[in-house]
Design a protein around this ligand. Structure first.
Ligand code: NAD
Length: 354
């Protein structure tokens, strides 16, 4: 497996492969950029087929964190970690202590929070052996409600732009991963705003309960979510779901959701544009969680600051939409360019100061 030649390597500053035989830990910690501060991003635990798949995931997620953090104008860099979930039974406490020791090897260049497959409680276990964690239950805790709020604001801005709707009342929204940490908070907000909801998830009981609570329609086959005749598709489960197999099935005017790395390839952004579908870049509108976690790094980042930053996300999204319209170029390319420019500026400023 090649690392430096990996298509998603993108000049990562560091990639640490950590193993601990006793606990079964196999983790990859990726630091994309520390130009603007210590890299911060969650730790994902997932059943990967092999280490190549885990490497691809962590590199893409880590770059996404860099772009997310810089577009939200946070004084941190971007990184991410993945744990290859051990097959069969394992000692979760021993695993996350071993993960904490791996964090120590990076000397604070990377700080981990929770992500898919991990929880603030796991991060608390890692905290027994390392200080390089954020999002503890005793701190800012679960970032999901704030992520959901940012995504909601992004959906509002997208509906305004693509549908000419100043509210979400009566807007048809298909949510994938509706009962997840972010999905459930978001669905309740969308319901309160009067949206007509179509929900999918693989957790049938939770889905039934949420649909009953919100008067939503259940999409029985999770794969059929791509075919729903709606105004907006809101992915809140997996990455890579906008791809050659799904794009022509979409019958919506907007894709805007919480899931990281929604576009399987960069070209999918141009394909959405060709089809007249407005794309709200995932890392722009799902930054609420990381914004909230900043309170663990410095108390000056309080609730009022978080609110201001969430409104800032909406403004940034509007600027990206404007540039895309004016220049006739895909929205994701515009967002990536702004992020890269800002990181390059920080690298140059650091070099000048050295
Ligand atoms: P989660 O694991 O709680 O939720 C994911 C949901 O998707 C689960 O309910 C799961 O059952 C469902 N799901 C899985 N496969 C599915 C399928 N094929 N079809 C339909 N549903 C399916 O995760 P989360 O924390 O809510 O995060 C959701 C997404 O948002 C992830 O991509 C994550 O990286 C991203 N994200 C989360 C946060 C946060 O604050 N939690 C912040 C930024 C981005």
């Amino acid at each position: 497996m090649s690392v430096y030649d990996h298509p998603d390597f993108d000049n990562h500053e560091k990639v640490l492969f950590a193993t601990d035989e006793a606990s079964g830990l196999k983790a990859i910690l990726a630091v994309h950029s520390t130009a603007r501060g210590p890299a911060v991003g969650g730790c994902r635990m997932w059943t990967y087929e092999n280490s190549s798949e885990a490497l691809t995931d962590v590199l893409r997620l880590s770059q996404g964190m860099s772009f997310k953090n810089v577009l939200a104008d946070l004084p941190i860099g971007g990184g991410k970690s993945v744990i290859m979930k051990p097959a069969g039974a394992f000692d979760r406490t021993a695993l996350f202590e071993a993960f904490g020791r791996a964090l120590n090897a990076l000397n604070g260049e990377y700080m981990s929070a929770e992500d898919v497959g991990t929880s603030p409680e796991d991060i608390k276990v890692a905290n027994r052996v390392t200080q390089h964690v954020v999002g503890l239950p005793s701190g800012t805790g679960d970032p999901s409600p704030v992520t959901a709020k940012g995504v909601f604001l992004g959906i509002e801005a997208s509906a305004d732009r693509a549908l000419g709707k100043s509210t979400l009342s009566g807007v048809k929204i298909a949510v994938q991963g509706a009962t997840g940490h972010v999905g459930a908070y978001l669905v309740r907000r969308l319901h309160e705003a009067g949206a007509e909801l179509f929900l999918s998830d693989i957790r049938e009981d939770a889905l039934k309960a949420l649909a009953t609570e919100t008067g939503a329609t259940i999409v029985e086959d999770p794969d059929a979510i791509y075919d729903v005749q709606a105004d907006i598709f809101t992915p809140c489960a997996l990455g890579g779901i906008i791809n050659d197999e799904t794009i022509d099935r979409l019958k919506v005017k907007v894709v805007a959701g919480a899931a990281n790395n929604q576009l399987r390839t960069r070209e999918m952004g141009a394909e959405l544009m060709k089809r007249g579908i407005l794309y709200a870049p995932d890392y722009v509108i799902n930054a609420g969680g990381i914004i909230n976690v900043m309170g663990d790094i410095d108390p000056q980042f309080d609730a009022g600051w978080v609110e201001g930053k969430l409104l800032g996300l909406k403004a940034t999204l509007g600027e990206i939409f404007d540039l895309s319209e004016n220049e006739g170029r895909p929205i994701n390319d515009i967002a990536d360019e702004i992020a890269r420019r800002r990181i390059a500026r920080a690298v140059a400023a650091n070099a000048d100061a050295a």
